[in-house]
Every structure is written in C-alpha cells, then in structure tokens.
Design a protein around this ligand. Structure first.
Ligand SMILES: [Mg+2]
Length: 337
C-alpha cells in the first residue's frame, strides 16, 4: 500500500485570499512547489483535498474550480512537481443548526477514503497538512497524522481556537515546506524501523513491554527530529558541529527533555575499563544516542561510529544527524541495534 501526504489547498499551498472567485487570485505559496517536488521524489503520494463551496453558494461558476486546478497543476509542473490527485468537495455546508449534508466536506473523510481506494493508500500511516483545525480533525477522523501550518488561518486558529477545540496536531510547522521536511524525516524513520529484521519470538508480556518501550523511544526520537529541524531552520547549513550541538541542547532544555552532552562511552575489555576517549555528542533521556555532524555527506564510517557506540553503551537507538544539508531530512539516519 502507498502512503500519502494529503495537502489542504487554500492557505497551505496557495495564498489564503478568501474565495478564489477569479483565476488571478490563485497564487502558489513560496516554497510550495519545491515541497511537493520533495514528496514526489520520496515516493509518497501528493494529494490535494479541498472544500470549495463557493460555486454552490452562488459566488462563481463551478467551472472556475477546474480552471484554478489546471493553473495549480501547471504552476507546479513548471517547477518539476506534480500532484497524484486532487479531490474536491463542492457541496455547501448544511444550514446553521442542521446536521447532515454530504459525506465529503472536511472534517469528514469522504475525500480521503475515495483517494485511499483510487490510489491504494494506507490512510492510517498517511499525513494531512493544513492551516485549519478542521484539517487536523479530518486527519484524526481518518486515523492519520496531522501537521498544522502557520500560514493562512493557521497561526490564528492555533492561538485562539486550538485550546478550546482540544485538537492537537502531531507537529506545527511554519509552512508547507517545513511540514513536508518533518513528515519525510518522520516517515523515513518509520520505514527504517519497519526494515529492522524481526527478533526471535518473545513471551506476550515481554513483547508488550518491548512494544511500550519502542513506542516511547519512537515518540522521543520524533520529538528530537522536530527540535533538530527547528535548530536547522534557525541556523541553516554551513556551521561547526558544536554550534548545532549547543543550539539543540538549548531546544532540549526549553522543552524539558533530559540530555547529557559529550557522554563518555566505556570500552570494557577483559573486564577492564579502557579509557579510550569515546564520547557520544549527546545522549537523550538515557535512551537515544545522538551523533551530530556538519559534513558534505554522511558516509558509512559515520554509521559505523554510531553502531559502535550503541554496542558499547547498551543503548538501542542512535540518530545520526548531518546539519550541513539544505533539507535536514536528507541528513538524518536512524540506527537501531
Ligand atoms: Mg485551508
């Protein structure tokens, strides 16, 4: 089955202008085409889902919706990006105080289900990116993960409506580019986990305990990746490792995540502790080992270093993060012992 990133349209990939009642009012957000191209290159499906009730309300003819979508596809194509599907709800919402209406107007999941069937998608492993809490609600209704972007209505919805609606996205991103970065780093770590060879069968109780531990470590590693993306967003590529290390440490402190810097890794040989000056850049909550780099590209020797540290320290998960890349997702390796 395929995974998808469902993208809301207005306020997420094009500028929020109210109703797009003329083709000239459709303008792509800066960075949106590049973000969609990254999705295309990752092998995930890029799918737009959008509520467009303006025609049903009599504000413009229905053909305009298709015209706008042709313009959107053309603008994306000019930057080497494409959409695997565009799914639109054209219905008006039910009148005030009345329930019912169509099954596809977000936060209902009719459009996601239709895309799921047509593109053979695993909805629960897929992601929704949008600027409204209804986009997050739709993700929750489908069992998918949600990223709220702060463009369009995002900043206001998060600040003023979020606390009352009790809807929590998995990640809040400045814009669609950052949302896609986070998802691709997250999805690749999930894929890496899926590729780990299966261990011999354990008792059900031991398995349950192991699952809980794995889920905790997963949650923690996702938080770390989110904070690393934040650090990269602030600093960009091209600095010394130590600058990233200190800034990431600041993010951990701000988020109350315990960590140790330059943690000594012992080498026990014939029961003797040999001080060989191995030090992990960071160990987070005594669970995850971090090796930070600022190099042109990660090499097998860097992965071997993390593997050695994991074996010697008894930790199970290592994150190798190269900050000297344009898109941080290309610099993240998740290494599981
Ligand atoms: Mg929107």
């Amino acid at each position: 089955m395929n995974l998808a990133i469902f993208l809301d349209r207005d306020g997420t990939i094009n500028e929020e202008m109210g109703y797009i009642n003329h083709i000239d009012r459709f303008m792509l957000m800066p960075g949106a085409a590049a973000a969609i191209r990254s999705i295309n290159e990752s092998g995930l499906k890029a799918v737009v889902v959008t509520n467009q009730s303006g025609a049903a309300r009599g504000y413009f003819p229905e053909e305009l919706i298709d015209q706008v979508h042709r313009k959107m596809s053309r603008l994306l194509e000019e930057e080497g990006a494409f959409l695997d599907g565009i799914y639109t709800c054209t219905h008006a919402p039910p009148s005030k105080g009345k329930s019912g209406g169509c099954g596809c107007r977000q936060p209902k999941i009719g459009l996601m289900k239709q895309a799921g069937q047509e593109l053979n998608l695993d909805l629960q492993e897929s992601y929704v990116v949008g600027d409204r809490l209804k986009d997050v609600e739709m993700a929750r209704n489908a069992g998918a993960k949600a990223v709220l972007v702060l463009t369009g209505y995002g900043r206001g919805e998060l600040g003023f409506l979020g606390p009352a609606r009790k809807v929590e996205p998995d990640f809040v991103a400045e814009d669609v580019a950052e949302a896609v970065d986070w998802i691709l780093a997250h999805a690749s770590s999930e894929t890496a986990r899926a590729k780990v060879p299966k261990k011999p069968q354990r008792s059900r109780r031991a398995q349950r305990k192991a699952n809980v531990e794995l889920a905790e470590i997963d949650r923690l590693s996702n938080k770390i990746i989110g904070l690393a993306i934040e650090t990269h967003r602030q600093l960009g590529p091209g600095l010394l490792e130590s600058a990233y290390q200190q800034s990431l440490a600041y993010e951990f402190s701000k988020n109350n995540i315990p960590f140790e810097l330059e943690k000594k890794i012992p080498v026990i040989y014939k029961s003797v502790n040999i001080d060989c000056a191995y030090r992990a850049d960071m160990v987070v909550d005594n669970k995850i080992l971090l090796e930070l780099k600022s190099v042109d590209r990660l090499l097998p020797i860097h992965e071997a270093q993390v593997l050695t540290y994991l074996k010697l320290s008894g930790l199970k998960l290592g994150l190798l993060i190269n900050f000297n890349v344009t898109l941080l997702k290309r610099g993240i390796r998740r290494i599981i012992l």
